[in-house]
Design a protein around this ligand. Structure first.
Ligand code: GDP
Length: 364
């Protein structure tokens, strides 16, 4: 399962956002018993309107959405890479996630102290990114040391040394993220074991007050400029609004959102964006028992995709009855789709497409 780590300076709204994510997951469904693994980890459903449409069509008893795991990585402060606070421990936690959600404070509040004295997203982002880059730099230098010794006798090590010294080191030395370095697949595989923090895909979550949720503000613009330069995404969210929504009876939530001029508080967009960030794809299975979303990566073949459900499905794979979601919904039922010849029989070489609805035939 994809794991996303929530990072940011103290008092920017990380915990508020994390708690809203978990509370939402808990409120969602009884068939969702795994929402809290430990206090800092929450499993969250990926919102997808297609699930409801398919479930209606199949008269499914249950809906099982795709899931993303969020980890609240609190405690990142200036000096973390030097072991300040519990610095190194937090950095190690980030090393284990697939994607980073970087919460940036874009709200003013008299009551809530900002660690640096005043709101300033550009400075905040720089502080965090610098800590991550310094941690990567230390990691890289240790690796270079080791590879340099091997490089005397080993041609492959010489290649790696060149990559580390010529491509990655100059960027990290400038305090910039390793994400900015273009690498081919082989190079990517070589540096993967390093687990570089600044190579992980990032979404900036610009946390605004309720009054700015619809309009944005100058701080959000600052965040957007930085994100564009880094090739990162921005989602505008109000952790406060999300926290208040949970407290409201469901029938009052829409009115509250309408009064703010928005359709949602940003949480759903954030979950969706996090899921999309790693190029994940969804295919569906649907029947009277349940309609379910399954997560695969781009380019997966039908047997591998079947293996996501169960390894027996992959081993014994024969073929997959397949129809695109749009085609199925357009004709209204699986029977009608079969009559019209829209259900294809796909074999082992089929590359599963986003939104495919599949039924696997396999030997046990
Ligand atoms: P963390 O240290 O980053 O985890 O920050 P918290 O989630 O604990 O938030 C710090 C304080 O800011 C809390 O008192 C929150 O209620 C408050 N807060 C969080 N988001 C917002 C927001 O969007 N607007 C306002 N006004 N306060 C917020």
């Amino acid at each position: 399962m994809l794991r996303a780590g929530i990072v940011g300076l103290p008092n920017v709204g990380k915990s508020t956002l994390f708690n809203a994510l978990v509370a939402n997951a808990k409120a969602q469904a009884a068939n969702f018993p795994f929402c809290t693994i430990d206090p800092n980890v929450g499993v969250v459903a990926v919102p997808d309107e297609r699930l409801q449409a398919l479930a209606q069509l199949s008269e499914s008893a249950d809906i099982v959405p795709a899931r993303v795991e969020f980890v609240d990585i609190a405690g990142l402060v200036q000096g973390a890479s030097q072991g300040e606070g519990l610095g190194n421990q937090f950095l190690a936690n980030i090393r284990e996630v697939d994607a980073v959600v970087h919460v940036v404070r874009c709200f003013e509040s008299d009551g809530i102290v900002h660690v640096a004295g005043a709101v300033g997203p550009a400075r905040d982002i720089e502080v965090i990114n610098l800590e991550l880059a310094l941690s990567d730099l230390a990691q890289l230098e240790r690796r270079i040391e080791r590879v340099r010794k091997q490089a005397k006798a080993d041609k492959q090590a010489r290649g790696e040394l060149e990559l580390l010294e010529a491509k990655l080191l100059p960027v990290l030395n400038q305090g910039k993220p390793a994400r900015l370095v273009d690498l081919n697949d082989d190079e990517e595989a070589l540096i993967k074991p390093l687990g570089l923090l600044t190579r992980k895909p990032v979404i900036y979550a610009a946390n605004v007050s309720e009054d700015d949720l619809a309009s944005g503000n100058d701080w959000v613009e600052q965040v957007k400029q930085i994100a564009v330069a880094e090739g990162a995404q921005v989602v505008v969210v109000s952790a406060q609004v999300e926290a208040e929504l949970i407290e409201l009876p469901p029938e009052d939530r829409d009115d509250f959102l309408i009064s703010l001029g928005v359709e949602e508080g940003g949480l759903m967009s954030l979950i969706r964006a996090t899921y999309d960030l790693l190029g994940l794809r969804t295919y569906f299975t649907t029947g009277p028992k349940e309609t379910r979303a399954w997560t695969i990566t781009a380019g997966m073949l039908a047997p591998q995709a079947a293996g996501v459900i169960h390894s027996d499905f992959e081993r014994g794979f024969i073929r997959a009855e397949t129809i695109a979601y749009e085609d199925l919904v357009a004709v209204g039922s699986m029977t009608a789709a079969k009559d019209k010849g829209l259900v294809r029989s796909e074999g082992k070489e089929y590359v599963v497409q986003e939104g495919d609805v599949m039924l696997f035939r396999f030997n046990v």
